[in-house]
Design a protein around this ligand. Sequence first.
Ligand SMILES: Cc1cc2nc3c(=O)[nH]c(=O)nc-3n(C[C@H](O)[C@H](O)[C@H](O)COP(=O)(O)O)c2cc1C
Length: 192
Amino acid sequence: MSEPTTRPVLHTIVCSTRPGRIGSTVGTWANEQAGAHGGFDAQLIELADFALPVFDEPEHPRFGRYQHEHTRRWSASVAGADAFVFVMPEYNYAPTPAWLNAMTYLVREWHYKPAAFVSYGAVSGGMRSVQMAKQILTTFKMVPMLEGVVLPWVAQKVEAGRLNVPADTDAAAGAMLDELLRWAQVLPALRR
Ligand SMILES: Cc1cc2nc3c(=O)[nH]c(=O)nc-3n(C[C@H](O)[C@H](O)[C@H](O)COP(=O)(O)O)c2cc1C
């Protein structure tokens, strides 16, 4: 098989929309990791920028007949990506409601795309939210990665507005991105 000529587009999506969120700091770090990896066209996406209301499309999203401009914007963004890193905190042992809402808006735009997680929180590092999110991803025909980054006690890792993590966390990000790239290179065949 010939090598792909363009790099897959990777969206690192900050899944907290909370004003003052740590998620933006974590997302900046994760997107920098993706840029340094070199295998992707790495783009940082703030879910908050789409200001999605609680799901308000009249028709099932699988038809793609969107009535609202906010849905069309979100659809165009997701359709333009080949892979995702969800920057995911844990809210009540679960993914953020903003993330589930954003997932719900679309169907085909998610299909046959790989996703990994950089999770964070208190003692769990967001692992419980990720386990729940992975189950949901399969409904969208997405492929969740085993490899991921887990950041417990995340607030203690923020210094001067930057995420400060040990080298083994960078290594975990590298392993996650390597695996994501492998899937991102083969799954386009299923989207044709
Ligand atoms: C509504 C809510 C629920 C939370 N539930 C959990 C939880 O179940 N587990 C956990 O480790 N942290 C929990 N936290 C603490 C978050 O990990 C912490 O506030 C983190 O900064 C949230 O990410 P954000 O700043 O990007 O919104 C919760 C925070 C909020 C606001």
